[in-house]
Ligand binder design. Sequence first.
Ligand SMILES: [Zn+2]
Length: 202
Amino acid sequence: MASLPPRFAQPAEAGRVVLTFDDGPDARWTPRILDILAHAQVHATFFVVGRYALEQAALVRRVADNGHELGNHTWSHRHPWTLLASSARREVRDGAAAIADLIGRAPKFFRPPHGRLRSCMIEEAERGGQTLVLWDRSAVDWGPLGCARGIARRLGAAQAADIVLMHDGGRGINRPEELVKVLPEFLSNLGRRGLVPSRLAE
Ligand SMILES: [Zn+2]
């Protein structure tokens, strides 16, 4: 695969740190994270999985009603490199359609599962009006490294204009239970450093 630039979306405005949460919605963890964001009075972008979004319609609408952005993270989060091109395109289309059905507007951003790029998926997303977004800094809030202390250290290194990857979806090896322990302090710390947590700019 040809090497592609790590991020196609415009960088965040100076002084901003973009918060993104992937793999939800999650009935247990998404509300917890929404509460933390509301308390801190900040907005984020949630890259939701279409099939889970349809199962949690009220929660998806709450995310949107709270002023957060909803991004397309495909229909079922299958690994992009395992799919036939026709299936890969359908994953993108169906993920976007689920969001549009729930909140009445199409998503503006697309992030492939695992950040794995497929040109056919990028093309399909762009055709649907979505911009590809990866990330600059991962919390690694999953797997054996996903303990609160490690997550806090990685988040604490966030710099102006970073797009930060976190997970509200608790399926598989994700560990939102560790992320929520340190998320409030991360947000406070950004504020003390003069950085503004924000969702993706349109
Ligand atoms: Zn994901």
